[in-house]
Design a protein around this ligand. Structure first.
Ligand code: HEC
Length: 275
């Protein structure tokens, strides 16, 4: 039996026990954040994402694709193969691609250009299902972000394309549509708003934006999986009843750029633990 399975079984039984033994009136008072804090305390010296980071390191170094090369020369903005601090300054403009890219879009670009792989194959399954093993993208993301842990978010705003990406992202954030006429702001621009028991951070303010941006990718305890920032955008699009968000699309990158700039100076904590 491998480590990961054991961990999943433990969290599953903890969750069951927690819900089974907690009287309804107590459950109502206890926020999800408090519950997660308890998990964090229990796991003080072991985040299951660390195992996925190791898988990501193997994938980073593994020759793949028609060109049979690894990703070790992938340039995430700090030079080929430089991972330290790279994630804290993404999304950013890349001269070779002539566009602003977030970490995941850039990883896909490196798989395409360095390894010679087909984009359709790379993006076919970027998110794992509940309790499935991490996908290649999730494992690579976990590995890359670990090299920026503790650093300050510093998403650049010097190239005109970077400014344009943030401006579009801001517009998108406030753009209302869909069957409920929701925008991101409907759920994320009011202090102390909740949906069911989940806190909804006010992402228009610096401190909550810093905490939210710095937390992703995160290990979702309830799903037994590493969830990336692209996934976070995808899932909020779903909650907003918007059309399915394409992985690496301009819209996804622009929203992440907007959030990243809002979060300037915040501490990168990924991979953190989330509900
Ligand atoms: C219908 C309400 C709703 C809408 C609309 C919505 N979200 Fe969310 N968002 C949520 C909920 C609920 C969570 C927390 C989910 C959880 O913990 O499972 C969340 C979480 C997040 C987080 C992570 C916060 C953290 O602290 O970890 C970010 C970032 C985010 N949303 C961004 C967006 C963006 C960008 C949009 C617009 C594309 C958006 N959301 C639209 C409900 C919404």
């Amino acid at each position: 039996m491998n480590h990961k399975m054991t961990w999943r079984q433990i969290t599953a039984s903890l969750a069951l026990a927690g819900f089974a033994v907690t009287p309804a009136h107590v459950l109502a008072q206890k926020t999800v954040e408090q519950g997660i804090q308890e998990y964090r305390d229990m796991l003080a010296d072991g985040n299951p994402a660390e195992l996925i980071e190791l898988e990501g390191e193997d994938l980073w170094k593994k020759p793949q694709g028609p060109n049979k090369v690894s990703l070790e020369k992938c340039d995430l903005g700090q030079g080929p193969g430089v991972l330290k601090g790279a994630f804290a300054t993404l999304p950013r403009y890349f001269e070779d691609a002539k566009r602003v890219m977030d970490m995941e879009t850039r990883l896909a670009y490196c798989m395409e250009t360095l390894q010679g792989r087909d984009r359709a194959e790379i993006t076919k399954k970027v998110y794992s299902g509940t309790a499935q093993p991490a996908t290649e993208m999730e494992a690579l993301a976990a590995y890359v972000v670990a090299q920026s842990k503790g650093m300050k978010a510093n998403v650049p705003q010097s190239h005109p394309e970077e400014l344009a990406s943030r401006a579009r992202g801001e517009k998108l954030f406030f753009f209302r549509g869909g069957p409920y006429d929701f925008s991101c702001a409907s759920c994320h621009s009011i202090d102390d708003q909740r949906i069911r028991l989940q806190g909804l951070p006010n992402l228009t303010k610096s401190a909550p934006a810093q905490a939210a941006f710095g937390a992703w990718p995160a290990y979702r305890v309830s799903q037994g999986a590493v969830r990336t920032m692209q996934w976070r955008m995808y899932d909020c699009f779903r909650q907003q009843r918007f059309p399915e968000l394409n992985f690496g699309s301009q819209v996804s990158v622009d929203l992440i750029t907007y959030l990243g700039v809002q979060a300037k100076g915040g501490t990168m904590q990924a991979t953190s633990l989330k509900r």
